[in-house]
Design a protein around this ligand. Structure first.
Ligand code: NAD
Ligand code: DAU
Length: 333
């Protein structure tokens, strides 16, 4: 692969994937197509060699923009999405537009142009919640919020383009991802940056013992790359961190690492339809040679330190559009 289109490459995981590709494959040129929504940020690409990537500002819901960006690319990896569950509860229109219609445009362009690989980055949330054990790729989909329902919709269109037209679609379903450059609406960077400032941590009441499985961002990127290169078209691969933690345990760890105490915890009204536990079995991608390399204890220490050392990155964000969102989301909670 010489030229790879990364849609959503200015977001959290997409930008890490661009850095990963440039680091691992000296012959690759990366094209980034990103709308730069509130979550997209060119600061995230500051470490990516400008000579080896081309940035295009554009919307995957715009078929012409997608077609043009995809010209001459051997592969497309789609990260572009509306990604925050709480925002999907406040309003889901953009989620359907980007996560379903946008994916359809990528598939149409790939069908027209005969693109050799189409990787759709999806999420473990499409399975819904599980009390015991872990979901396998063959388990039924049961998304329970507008975000995950829209992601499942994008996946299903993708699978239909494989079976109907032979478009070489591969799907990955990753677990909760953490690391540098994550937009501070997500629980981990939100709680770390609030704790740094001595602000309350709004923990959803009733969800203190809900469980998420934490995956370091570079491990997620390597898993996507393994699926892209070694995976079979038409197949789905779970990518799990193997670090299941209750939200309260995560919160306490963040408080300890930032030198704060539990008086900062503020129990607020729960998220409607709050999924209790996510857990996926990564045996299928492990059989292709992937495994997570980052140990949780080290990953959380490094990540907290990154936010402590890079206030320039998140302070700009938290003083912009974010403030209005925060007020709307937490003001009366
Ligand atoms: P993010 O919100 O940080 O970034 C999303 C990026 O997509 C932004 O750069 C944004 O500008 C861009 N974008 C949004 N709508 C667009 C559109 N219509 N056209 C072009 N660009 C658009 O997201 P993230 O957390 O990096 O997630 C990336 C992908 O990984 C998503 O598909 C998400 O569903 C999936 N995923 C995320 C996690 C996680 O824990 N963060 C876990 C599993 C899967
Ligand atoms: O599992 C993969 C998914 O992980 C991705 O597909 C999503 O894009 C990503 O946003 C993430 O979804 P979650 O809903 O699990 O992540 P979030 O950070 O929003 O919440 C994690 C847990 O923390 C969840 O149980 C809700 C809780 N929470 C979250 C926020 C924002 C709180 O208690 N308080 C909060 O303020």
């Amino acid at each position: 692969m010489k030229r790879i289109l990364v849609t959503g490459g200015a977001g959290f995981i997409g930008s890490a994937f661009v850095r990963y590709l440039l680091r691992e494959y000296p012959e690759v040129h990366v094209v980034v197509l990103d709308k730069l929504t509130y979550a997209g940020n060119l600061d995230n690409l500051r470490e990516a060699d400008p000579a080896r990537h081309t940035f295009i500002r554009g919307d995957i819901a715009d078929a012409a923009a997608v077609r043009e960006a995809m010209h001459g690319c051997d592969a497309v990896v789609n990260f572009a999405a509306e990604t925050h569950v709480d925002r999907s509860i406040l309003g889901a229109a953009d989620f359907l537009r980007t996560n379903v219609e946008g994916v359809y445009n990528i598939l149409e362009a790939a069908k027209e142009q005969g693109t050799a690989r189409v990787l759709l980055v999806s999420t473990d949330e499409v399975y819904g919640s599980i009390e015991q054990g872990s979901f396998k790729e063959t388990d039924p989909l049961n998304p329970r919020n507008p975000y995950s329902a829209a992601k499942a919709g994008g996946e299903l269109i993708g699978r239909s383009y494989f079976t109907t037209f032979g478009v070489p679609v591969i799907i990955t379903r990753g677990s909760n991802t953490y690391g540098p450059y994550q937009y501070p609406e997500k629980v981990l960077p939100l709680f770390v940056t609030n704790a740094i400032d001595g602000e309350p941590l709004p923990l959803y009441k009733g969800g203190e013992h809900n469980v998420r499985d934490w995956l370091y961002v570079d491990d997620h990127c390597r898993g996507i790359d393994v699926a892209l290169r070694e995976g079979a078209p038409g197949e789905i691969y779970n990518i799990a961190g193997g670090n299941e933690r209750e939200n309260i345990a995560l919160t306490r760890r963040i408080l300890a690492l930032t030198g704060r105490d539990e008086s900062l915890i503020r129990l607020v009204a729960d998220r409607p339809g709050h999924d209790r536990r996510y857990s996926i079995d990564a045996g299928k991608i492990r059989a292709l040679g992937w495994k997570p390399l980052m140990d949780w204890d080290e990953g959380i220490v490094q990540t907290v330190r990154w936010y402590q050392d890079n206030e320039w990155w998140w302070r700009k964000i938290k003083s912009g559009e974010f403030r209005q969102y925060y007020e709307r989301q937490y003001g009366n909670r």
